[in-house]
Design a protein around this ligand. Structure first.
Ligand code: ATP
Ligand code: MG
Length: 486
């Protein structure tokens, strides 16, 4: 084993640690032991029981409270009471050695630890990903202020009588997840039914929502229940509400106001008891202005909207690593690698944090699943992080994207550094921050690639002239998000 922490005052415990470890750290009080655990993250802790039984109990309590997963082996002296050592195991110690005559068993214990699947630990730690467990079955990962605010809103709305409910956010930000959370909190045992308003024609969508009576149209050979009826006192999710045909919008508004509806071709008024949640990744206000969305329906929906921030927003930045680690832990894409890939390298995390995530959390999950497939070591490294710039409708007009084929890493690096310098008006501190490197590294690279300010002035002018009439150029952060394969 690589790193072992020996806690105790006797030299014997250190010698024992040397039998199975490469780097031995020694602590002779609890505070020091915790300090070492936090700084070097040892693979095993040998705790000398002679140190004092109350100390070992206290230590086990502390490791449990601080979610420290390092296995602890209690080492007793020859005359030790087995019952006491067994008590340590009940308190969370991995195993115990009953004095010198038992020391040879340490190798076996170490082998057992090495070969053990880490499922129990992983499951125990999973709660660390969530700001708060919403309702058991729906877990939104994130601890950023933005996620906390969304969760707060979800809980307030779920506890209120607000109906309909509007959830706004770009694609892949978790609108459906939020809808499920509201549903689970408000109707824990009710039905949840969903329909994508963009996926059906106007007629089909109407009959899907309201149902139809027999003979109401040519192929209506029997009566059909609509989603509003199926949901009962549960939830109907109207996904991508902006895509609902305008005529149907008027019918929906009537349902929202009167809380009754009629089946297609029917004459009976049916009560609607369901909570109606609508989601949109379009700006509904602009849709209203463009005449594609009814103003009255917009006001009816927009009472207390839940908005989910996109992943590229600075305030969600801290969620990226958390989400990546969560998907790494929970992905089932490659069962034989489950629990074998345990983390991501610093460089991989930095690359994830630099990307601008147009496909948001969904895209991040896909990138991590792809990385799990590609990775051959126990840590996801930069080489396994493949971000496809053409996916999610991104950067097809990116100046770098078209050059990727046949591009060398050095050329790409030069291009990115040049872009950063241009974008920041040659302010090197800002450019270095954008690139995620130090000023010193930036200086070294500028020198290495012989990047000169003047050589860009002419190019910039030409480009500006060309782009004058066109739409605003992509931001640097978008440009920098392109990963160039080495
Ligand atoms: N905070 C989060 N924690 C864990 N998983 C998340 C989170 N946000 C989104 N996801 C996951 O990302 C994926 C996309 O989420 P979801 O389908 O809810 O997004 P959406 O906003 O409805 O997207 P679209 O607009 O494309 O329909 C799902 O697999 C979802 O579980
Ligand atoms: Mg959705």
């Amino acid at each position: 084993m690589r790193r072992i922490l020996a806690v105790g005052k006797e030299a014997e415990i250190q010698q024992l640690a040397r039998r199975v470890g490469q780097e031995i750290f020694v602590a002779d009080d609890l505070a020091e032991a915790l300090d070492i655990v936090e700084t070097v993250n040892p693979n095993l802790i040998l705790f000398d029981h002679r140190f004092s039984p109350s100390h070992i109990r206290e230590f086990l309590n502390m490791t449990c409270k601080n979610s420290i997963d390092v296995p602890v082996v209690a080492v007793g002296s020859d005359g030790n009471d087995t019952e006491l050592l067994a008590e340590f195991v009940r308190m969370g110690a991995y195993d115990y050695l009953q004095g010198k005559r038992d020391y040879d068993r340490l190798e076996q214990i170490v082998n057992r630890i090495k070969n053990e699947p880490k499922t129990v630990d992983s499951e125990r730690n999973i709660s660390g990903f969530f700001a708060e467990d919403l309702a058991g079955s729906v877990s939104m990962v994130g601890r950023s202020k933005a996620v906390l605010n969304t969760l707060k809103m979800i809980k307030l709305i779920a506890a209120s009588r607000c109906n309909p409910i509007l959830i706004l956010g770009e694609t892949g930000t978790g609108k459906e997840l939020a809808a499920q959370a509201i549903h689970t909190l408000r109707h824990p045992s009710g039905q949840f039914v969903a329909v994508n308003c963009a996926a059906l024609t106007a007629n089909l969508l109407e009959s899907e929502l309201f149902g139809h009576v027999k003979g109401s149209f040519t192929s209506a050979d029997r009566e059909k229940m609509g989603l509003l009826e199926l949901a009962g006192a549960g939830t109907v999710l109207l996904d991508e509400i902006s895509e609902m045909p305008i005529d149907l919008q008027a019918k929906l508004l009537r349902v929202l106001q009167e809380r009754t509806y009629r089946k297609v071709g029917g004459i009976k008024n049916i009560a609607c008891n369901a909570t109606i949640i609508a989601t949109s990744n379009r700006d509904l206000k602009s849709e209203v202005q463009a005449g594609r969305f009814r103003r009255d329906l917009y006001y009816r929906l927009n009472v207390c909207p839940v908005t989910i921030a996109p992943l590229r927003k600075l305030e969600r930045r801290e969620d990226i690593q958390l989400l990546a680690e969560y998907f790494l832990k929970t992905s089932t894409i490659c069962p034989e690698k489950r629990n074998k890939i345990t983390s991501l390298t610093k460089l991989a995390i930095e690359a994830l944090e630099r990307h601008n995530w147009p496909g948001n959390v969904r895209e991040l999950r896909n990138v991590i699943e792809r990385a799990i497939l590609l990775e051959t070591t126990d840590k996801i490294g930069l080489n396994s992080i493949v971000i496809d710039p053409t996916e999610y409708g991104q950067v097809s007009d990116n100046p770098i994207a078209g050059l990727i084929k046949g591009f060398s890493l050095a050329k790409a690096e030069r291009e990115l550094i040049s872009l950063a310098l241009r974008e920041t008006g040659w302010q090197k501190t800002r450019a270095a921050a954008l690139l995620g490197i130090t000023r010193a590294t930036l200086y070294a690279k500028v020198k290495q690639y012989n990047i000169e300010k003047d050589s860009f002035v002419a190019a910039d002018r030409a480009e500006e002239e060309q782009n004058e009439a066109s739409a605003s150029p992509r931001s640097l952060s978008e440009n920098l998000s392109v990963r160039i394969e080495s």
